[in-house]
Design a protein around this ligand. Structure first.
Ligand SMILES: Cc1ncc(C[n+]2csc(CCOP(=O)(O)OP(=O)(O)O)c2C)c(N)n1
Ligand SMILES: [Mg+2]
Length: 319
């Protein structure tokens, strides 16, 4: 069985948002992931963010690739549009959907295997084109669904559950997103709901390519650490993850500053978290392409077929 539906009844006094919806209206099926998986905490943060933003579920389109992470859209926003695509191909499918209908909120959910291994090219091009979307990578450093092989984001020298040592250098998706021109770049940790929810809300409201790398633990853990602080998280192989949260006086509007901040801390063995960069005036693919505002499925024949005189003019301009 790939999904389990939830019972419909719920407590009559559940809190409601401005639309009169409860959290239940933003949930999906019961998760079939391993108990305690960080991916489920990320689903919980997405549900909370959409509830708090009073989003109508039918205005969201969730798209994903293949992997445990890419399965998670089944476990949230059960009344939204959804498309589970092919391994590593979520970005191009999302781009196509977005070009056809810019009225929806596009939420791309992917894994580190999906985005940093097989889908690296797709990841790069969707970000550099400025597709208006929230792109979340649930980053656990492994191919979880296929039993834990190293992904391209696994640290060099880290040990798998079977004792194999990773000899390859790792890819930092945040560093890449900054270099590629993403207009919103953030990182968080699955055990830090206090940090995740506002980041997801801000990414949804951002009108451009918003990327959030969320480090996802395969065992339950919660953290609460102050801005500017470093949190040490123990890994399954005994190694330690050092999370460095941006300080209150950090300037998130400086792309070069964000790049050097990320690199400096990486050199100290620290992974920076928080809103690392945001462009206050993002451009998106539609403004670059000068596309029509109306969703393509609402255009009538007269707009879609402007007549032979217009066609002759276009042909003449190409001679
Ligand atoms: C074209 C193709 N190659 C390989 C696979 C096998 N496969 C399925 S999921 C996956 C990796 C998933 O890793 P990740 O995206 O990190 O997701 P996780 O399960 O860790 O959340 C692989 C290699 C596939 N489904 N399709
Ligand atoms: Mg993974």
């Amino acid at each position: 069985m790939t999904y389990i539906t939830k019972p419909k009844f719920h407590h009559p006094a559940l809190p409601k948002n401005a639309l009169g919806y409860t959290h239940r209206d933003y949930e999906g099926s019961v998760s079939t992931l391993c108990a305690g998986c960080g991916h489920d905490s990320i689903s919980g943060a997405i549900i909370e963010a959409c509830f708090e933003l009073d989003i109508e579920p039918h205005r969201v389109a969730k798209l994903s690739g293949i992997g445990c992470s890419s399965k998670t859209p089944t476990y949230f926003l059960g009344s939204s549009h959804g498309f589970n695509s092919v391994h590593g191909r979520m970005p191009s499918v999302l781009t196509g959907a977005n070009l056809a209908n810019r009225d929806l909120i596009y939420l791309g959910v992917s894994g580190d295997g999906d985005s940093a291994s097989i889908g690296l090219g797709q990841f790069a091009h969707a970000l550099r084109r400025g597709v208006n979307m929230v792109y979340i990578v649930e980053n656990n450093g492994v191919y979880g669904l296929t039993k834990g092989q190293f992904s391209a984001t696994a640290d060099r020298g880290s040990k798998s559950k079977r004792g194999v040592t990773n000899t390859d250098n790792s890819i930092d998706l945040v560093a890449m997103a900054l270099q590629l021109g993403a207009t919103f770049v953030a990182r968080s940790f699955s055990g830090d709901k206090i940090q995740m929810v506002p980041l997801i809300k801000a990414a949804i409201e951002h009108e451009g390519a918003a990327f959030i790398d969320i480090i996802s633990r395969r065992a339950p853990i919660t953290v609460a650490y102050e801005p500017g602080a470093v949190e040490v998280v123990e890994q399954h192989d005994g190694s330690k993850l050092l999370l460095k949260k941006v300080a209150a006086d950090y300037d998130p509007h400086d792309r070069l500053g964000a790049m050097s901040f990320q690199q400096r801390h990486a050199a100290m063995g620290q992974i920076v978290t928080g809103l690392l960069y945001v462009d206050r005036e993002p451009e998106d693919l539609h403004s670059n392409f000068n596309t029509v505002e109306a969703p393509l499925n609402s255009l009538a024949e007269a707009e879609l077929c402007p007549g032979s005189a217009t066609l002759a003019k276009i042909n003449a301009s190409l001679r």
